[in-house]
Ligand binder design. Structure first.
Ligand code: NI
Length: 174
């Protein structure tokens, strides 16, 4: 078990489009660490670049809701189609204590691989579709702050600057 530090706003890896996973043999340890890290941080989703890995994978667990019964690992995911729209408030482990309300698609058609490299194509809706879109954003270098207006960002400017400042000082030490 390893709980890893979660990269925060200001860390350049969060702005990078992550590379596809090619070597599936290294996944078991990485995925275990990602679940440990996500549960410790009390998150419901975590993307590879949130633990500093330039790898297109994410883990999701919304089993605390009635909507879904199992945790998920999605490798090399791609959203093929988005339909509908709904408004919801979202947070992000990489931007602690900041929440924004904005629209995302209600339903997605999603192609992904499992840890063995098998490819699937499924439809997801509700919270799971929401979290998939959030994690796919991460893996494409996007964050929740990109979904709100400049005005809304300005209202949180102090908090956002503080997170960036702390992250950059941590990076400078490394
Ligand atoms: Ni996030």
């Amino acid at each position: 078990m390893a709980v890893l530090p979660v990269t925060k706003l200001g860390n350049p890896i969060l702005r990078k489009k992550c590379n596809p996973v090619m070597d599936f043999s290294i996944l078991p340890q990485i995925v275990e660490d990602m679940f440990d890290t996500m549960y410790e941080a009390e998150g419901i989703g975590l993307a590879g670049n949130q633990i500093g890995l330039d790898m297109a994978l994410c883990v999701i667990d919304i089993t605390h809701t009635e909507e879904d019964g199992v945790p998920h690992v999605f490798i090399n995911g791609e959203i093929l189609e988005r339909t509908g729209e709904y408004l919801m408030e979202e947070g992000c482990l990489s931007i602690p204590d900041v929440r924004f309300e904005f629209n995302r698609a209600e339903r997605v058609r999603f192609r992904y691989q499992d840890m063995e490299g098998n490819t699937y194509e499924d439809e997801f809706d509700g919270l799971l579709a929401r979290v998939i879109q959030h994690e796919m954003d991460h893996l494409n270098g996007n964050l929740i702050i990109d979904h709100v207006s400049k005005l809304v960002r300005m209202q949180h400017r102090k908090q956002l600057r503080e997170i960036e400042k702390t992250e950059k000082s941590l990076l400078a030490v490394k």
